[in-house]
Design a protein around this ligand. Structure first.
Ligand SMILES: [Zn+2]
Length: 220
């Protein structure tokens, strides 16, 4: 995988473990508490900001009172990502242009979620979709991100229902039914979820197409 270097990376006081940008404060609106209760928003208490990015802070749930830390710009929702991440390999097809065609998006605004291996495509997608923010969930260590991205670590989809302009579900999360279901539900009505591997079995799911081991669909 040859990721594109993001030439415009700003210096930050607390370095991220890899060249990724700190969490965008407005992404808070798309986040939910991942605990097993009815969907709830989260309240952000920032400790250290840089512009509109949060280097350190806490996301608190008003329902279960869980607190999730943001450290080094990365929001950590606890738990562990599913095992079985594949080292390198076959994430090159489709490329960012192919994923954009699957998502069928154009124009600025909103948030697109990239989960697991799919986060590798953030650089290419950010070039093709300026003005869109990318939320990277469990990105591979070698991911090189665009400015317009935030990094989240989570054991389940941390987005509210109907909050994203699109989502791309990569391995290994794409193989798990709860990731599929929550990712499909996180997309705004009429917009698309894209995933690698098995097609979701989910009430109301409309499969729009499948090719090369990927599926494209939405809630009907
Ligand atoms: Zn909660």
């Amino acid at each position: 995988m040859s990721g594109k270097r993001w030439a415009g990376r700003r210096r930050i006081s607390s370095p991220l473990p890899s060249p990724l940008s700190p969490m965008f404060i407005e992404l808070t609106d798309q986040l939910r508490c991942p605990a097993e209760h009815a969907e709830s928003f989260l309240v952000l208490i920032p400790d250290v900001m840089e512009g509109r990015q949060v280097l350190r802070g806490t996301l608190g749930c008003p329902v279960c009172h869980a607190e999730y830390r943001i450290d080094d710009g990365v929001a950590d929702f606890g738990g562990t990502a599913p095992p079985g991440r594949r080292a390198g390999g076959s994430a090159s097809r489709p490329d960012a242009g192919g994923l954009l065609a699957f998502l069928a998006l154009q124009g600025p605004g909103g948030v697109v979620g990239l989960v697991g291996e799919a986060a590798r495509h953030v650089g290419g997608l950010a070039e093709l979709l300026p003005g869109v923010h990318f939320a990277l969930v469990n990105p591979p260590d070698a991911t090189v991100a665009a400015a317009a991205s935030s990094v989240l670590r989570a054991a389940r989809v941390p987005f509210k229902a109907r909050s994203l302009r699109g989502v791309v579900l990569g391995q290994p999360e794409s193989g798990e039914a709860h990731w599929q279901a929550d990712a499909v539900r996180a997309v705004l009505p009429g917009l698309r979820a894209v995933g690698r591997g098995p097609v979701p079995v989910l009430e109301g799911f409309e499969l729009l197409g499948a090719a090369d081991g990927w599926w494209v669909g939405r809630l009907a």
